[in-house]
Design a protein around this ligand. Structure first.
Ligand code: HEC
Ligand code: HEC
Length: 247
């Protein structure tokens, strides 16, 4: 009798020590529904890090923790791009109102989380050109500015060189917005070894107008049907839907 009872009592004691029955979820371990996650690190890791890099250090797309980027981007622009995406590029719209998965509250958390990466005074008083162009660019002047500031690394016509890849490739230009080009020219890509607006020609920072002009020149290099392996026939090509889809 005793010998059959004793092991049962021992396991009862063990169970009591564990504090919960096997299989019962511990307190606070319930998985949150995706729209209830409001922790910045989790939201950023799940939605942004794949392209913008861990902790905003850059990846396929610009590092959002870059000090120059944070100096030129205000909360409104970070929030708007995150919510609405950049049409015609790989940057998706995240707001539910724009077809994405995130609530307004989650987009607020992401915006202030990115802002929290700001380190004051890292630019040492240097004044970058504004993120948004203040005047239209001129492609002819842009060609000159390109030879001054860019050709040494990206090649005379932007076809690429030993120190920088091609940036006039038609597929590249089809997938990047003018604002995306402007942001990268001002902020550079420190993670990839690309200087910012101050460093293309040592001692000669680019002006707002020069950045606008270079963007206008790069934009003028876009072609009607990007990514075609064969040159377009010389007869005027019919305007097709794909021309618009590329924008
Ligand atoms: C699939 C890749 C991808 C993902 C995922 C992604 N981005 Fe982007 N993002 C891009 C690209 C590409 C651009 C540049 C678009 C352009 O050409 O203007 C960009 C641009 C941006 C910009 C604007 C930079 C500027 O020019 O001022 C912000 C802000 C931004 N992304 C925030 C986010 C946030 C926040 C998330 C996550 C919620 C996110 N992105 C997820 C690819 C991505
Ligand atoms: C000192 C060399 C150097 C100079 C000068 C330079 N770049 Fe770059 N650039 C780089 C490097 C390195 C990269 C990153 C690797 C790559 O794409 O080749 C880069 C990348 C880029 C990219 C792609 C960024 C991305 O997100 O993929 C663009 C666009 C660009 N540069 C534009 C310019 C323009 C426009 C100028 C002139 C105003 C310029 N660069 C001057 C070195 C340079």
């Amino acid at each position: 009798m005793t010998s059959r009872w004793m092991p049962g009592a021992a396991s009862l004691v063990l169970l009591a020590a564990c504090g919960s029955a096997p299989g019962r979820p511990a307190k606070g371990s319930e998985a949150l529904a995706p729209n209830e996650v409001v922790e910045f690190r989790a939201l950023y890791a799940a939605n942004c890090a794949g392209c913008h890099g861990r902790q905003g250090r850059g990846g396929a797309a610009i590092g959002l923790a870059d000090p120059v980027y944070l100096a030129i981007a205000d909360d409104t622009s970070i929030r708007k791009v995150t919510a609405d995406g950049v049409h015609g590029t790989a940057m998706p719209a995240f707001a539910q109102s724009a077809g994405g998965m995130l609530t307004d509250a989650q987009i607020d958390v992401i915006t202030s989380g990115i802002r929290s990466w700001v380190r004051p005074r890292v630019l040492g008083g240097a004044n970058p050109p504004p993120r948004v162009a203040t005047s239209a660019g001129d492609a002819r002047r842009g060609a000159e500015a390109f030879s001054t500031y860019c050709a040494s690394c990206h090649g005379a016509d932007g076809e690429g060189g030993p120190k920088g890849s091609t940036i006039t490739n038609d597929s590249f230009l089809a997938l990047v917005s003018d604002q995306g080009l402007r942001t990268v020219i001002i902020a550079g890509r420190a993670d990839l070894g690309a200087p910012d607006w101050r460093g293309y020609v040592p001692g000669r920072p680019m002006s707002d107008q020069e950045v606008s002009d270079v963007v206008a020149w790069l934009a003028s290099q876009r072609v009607q049907s990007p990514g075609q392996p064969y040159a377009a026939p010389s007869a005027a090509p019919p305007r097709s839907a794909s021309n618009d889809a590329a924008r």
